[in-house]
Design a protein around this ligand. Structure first.
Ligand code: ADP
Ligand code: MG
Length: 678
């Protein structure tokens, strides 16, 4: 039914199937989830004589003439004069050679855009629709027509007809997903009606209501898929770990735990004392002391004669964790090993045998520790740092098939907006560290531009270097022009090294360097043999250098807000006041400036994250595209907080009973990426 391949659907053959594939449509269900971008509705069409300047309007008109002109600064402009028998409207397009063929006198079209009053009424770059003759007739009769996202070679007409056939063909065969009372609440007697309403609405109020139903289904099924992964080895118990180490751990520390750290540590120890495996998310800003809580959990585990593992997203971070865990736990007798892709073979063999024999209590490493040859004698606790860098599958690969099942503690420094936390970590319990350890300085953030701004930032940097402090200079890295960006960072390093900062040592750290070179740069910076580190975003997840008090972010407008917040968390960790300069070109838009000013005025990571999500959308926010977390088709994670919450509640009640029934639905929607490895 829904999972049927699209090339076997009515009206679709191999050629169209391929075109549809470009739109991500592979199954009949995908066709039904191809949600219209907008709708044409005759009731929404204005007569030209009724247009009000400043309003967003749609007109139905025909082209009466077309001319080409140039703007004052020499850009080519295409102007079409549109008439509808009541008046005259100009539609203007910059550099729009591609429209020349489409806009010929006599052509009927719909134009949607903002009405402006120039020499006469006009629209600048209106959205154009060229309805087929029968569309015009349909509109005349009062139909509301869907407008779908297209790809070249497919027309609205073709999409409408294949979607319509798909709708008809599954009229009888749609298994229920949502409880009937939820459908009724949103105004639909059955599931199929919601799909009908999104594609063939009877009134303008139907699509928004239908979208809510489709979104809720999608979120619910995703929640159930996550839960099914968790149930991958059902019934497996964990090692219950007696929670007796808290006092010993706390008295071994050179500082007093913050109140949140105490609460979080107790949450974790209590979870691990149970027979059901812990699944907990530990959230807290960079530097809030999550690692210390994790170390307490490890000590508990090790004291019970069991092993633990810490999974870090980068080699630099793994190295740093190894140092931290040795510092925190070494004195208490813990034997700690580190394994990364770069570990020499002899060292690796030794480690692996130590893990087998129980000679290693705690293994810190990158995804290299996930390989099958890495066999633990008694792995009881897995700690994953910076969770969002890993896919659900990777995390689960280390857990699946182990009996007893290890406890899982996920640490995240990214303040995650509530919708995303509930969607992606809905299957985890949450603990949050809400305050910073005492004795941290204040970090001030300034947005600057132009030569003057750069000079101010450099002056400040030199001043702090002269006091023996350290600075980060960060460059963005975009996939599109990675080479150029790397060259920018390298060039910046060279010119800094030639200038007055040079005598304090200037290093370079980028993702493109070898692991060994990265480690060397990080170590030199940590030890102070270089005082300025020019880097791309790798510092985001890594370095903990208390002497660092200055950060200059070049092209700050190219970073996400949360990313900038993370970066800024790298400075001011040692108690001294710090300053972060966001350098952006003078010409950026007022909007881009306002965006950066969010950081200047706020240090609340969660507030920043919510803003970031609203501005960039969930895909970019999570970096999900790389990680196989599905993009939602109906749900909008920047807005649908109520639906996400409801999906979580529904998933709890529907869990075991209906899961089998949903198997195929989950599979065609989310694909095999959602299926656990073991
Ligand atoms: P996170 O993992 O959340 O980024 P860490 O656990 O690495 O934070 O802690 C950051 C720094 O603060 C470390 O140098 C750590 O030793 C120190 N620290 C952690 N907790 C406290 C505390 N309660 N009091 C003082 N310093 C602390
Ligand atoms: Mg950390």
């Amino acid at each position: 039914m829904l999972q049927d391949e699209v090339r076997f659907c009515r009206g679709v053959g191999p050629a169209r199937a391929e075109l549809l594939g470009r739109l991500g449509i592979r199954t009949r269900g995908d066709l039904l989830l191809h949600i219209p971008r907008t709708y044409l509705d005759r009731r929404g069409i204005s007569r030209i004589c009724d247009l009000v300047p400043g309003s967003e309007s749609v007109v139905s008109a025909s082209v009466s003439s077309v001319r080409e002109t140039r703007t004052r600064n020499g850009r080519r402009m295409l102007v079409a004069v549109l008439t509808d028998g009541t008046g005259r409207l100009e539609a203007a397009f910059l550099n729009a050679g591609y429209l020349r063929k489409a806009l010929f006198p006599g052509r009927s079209l719909l134009a949607a855009g903002r009405v402006e009053l120039r020499a006469g009424l006009s629209m600048f770059h209106p959205e154009l629709h060229f309805p087929a003759a029968e569309d015009v007739e349909m509109l005349e009769k009062g139909s509301i027509l869907p407008v779908y996202p297209l790809t070249s070679g497919l027309s609205q007409g073709v999409l409408r007809s294949v979607v319509s056939a798909a709708l008809e063909d599954c009229r009888e065969g749609l298994d229920p997903v949502l409880p009937p009372e939820v459908l009724r609440r949103e105004g639909f007697p059955e599931r199929w009606e919601a799909y009908r309403a999104i594609h063939e609405p009877a009134g303008p109020e139907e699509p928004p209501a239908a979208r809510r139903i489709l979104a809720l289904e999608e979120l619910l099924l995703y929640q159930m898929a996550l839960r099914r992964i968790r149930a991958g080895s059902p019934g497996l118990g964990a090692h219950p770990i007696p929670a007796g180490v808290e006092d010993r751990f706390r008295s071994s520390l050179p500082f007093v735990l913050t109140p949140s750290q105490v609460t979080c540590l107790r949450d974790v120890l209590a979870d691990m004392a149970r027979r059901t495996p812990m699944r907990r998310l530990l959230q807290g800003d960079v530097g809030s002391g999550k690692t210390v809580v994790a170390a307490g959990a490890c000590l508990s585990c090790i004291s019970a004669g069991l092993q633990c593992a810490v999974l870090a997203p980068t080699e630099v971070l793994a190295e740093q964790h190894a140092v931290t865990f040795r510092r925190l736990l070494g004195g208490l007798g813990a034997r700690i090993g580190m394994l990364t892709g770069g570990s020499p073979p002899a060292r690796r063999r030794e480690l692996l045998s130590g893990l087998q024999s129980g000679g290693v209590d705690l293994l810190v490493g990158t995804h290299a520790i996930l390989e099958p040859e890495v066999g633990f004698r008694s792995l009881a606790l897995l700690i994953v740092d910076e969770q969002h860098k890993f896919g659900v599958e990777q995390r689960e690969a280390l857990l699946a098939g182990r009996d007893p099942r290890p406890h899982l503690l996920v640490m995240s420094a990214t303040p995650i907006p509530r919708t995303l936390a509930m969607t992606f970590y809905g299957d985890l319990d949450t603990s949050r560290i809400v305050e910073m350890p005492p004795g941290r300085g204040v970090t001030e953030t300034r947005r600057v531009s132009g030569d003057q701004g750069r000079q101010e930032a450099m002056g400040y940097l030199l001043e702090r270097l002269d006091r023996g402090e350290r600075a980060y200079v960060v460059y963005p890295l975009r996939e599109a022009s990675e080479k150029q960006d790397l060259r920018d960072a390298a060039t910046a390093r060279e010119s800094l090294a030639r200038g007055p900062a040079g005598r304090h040592g200037v290093g370079l750290l980028t993702g493109a360097m070898t692991a060994a070179a990265k480690l060397e740069a990080a170590t030199a910076f940590a030890s102070g043999s270089i005082s300025t580190l020019v880097s791309t975003t790798v510092v985001e997840v890594g370095l903990d250098v208390p002497e660092a008090t200055v950060m200059i972010v070049a092209h700050a407008d190219r970073f996400g807000l949360s990313q900038l917040h993370q970066l800024r968390g790298r400075i001011g960790r040692g108690g001294r006041d710090a300053r972060c300069y966001l350098v952006a070109p003078a010409g950026i838009s007022a909007e881009a400036r306002a965006r950066l000013d969010v950081l200047v005025s706020s240090t609340d990571g969660f507030a920043i994250a919510e803003k970031d999500l609203a501005l960039r959308g969930p895909g970019d926010f999570m970096g999900t595209r790389q990680h196989g977390i599905p993009e939602f088709r109906a749900a909008d994670l920047s807005k649908d907080l109520d639906l996400v919450a409801e999906a979580g509640r529904l998933a709890l009640t529907q869990d075991g009973a209906v899961a089998r029934n949903f198997e195929t639905e989950i599979r065609w929607r989310f694909g095999d990426r959602m299926i656990p490895i073991a």
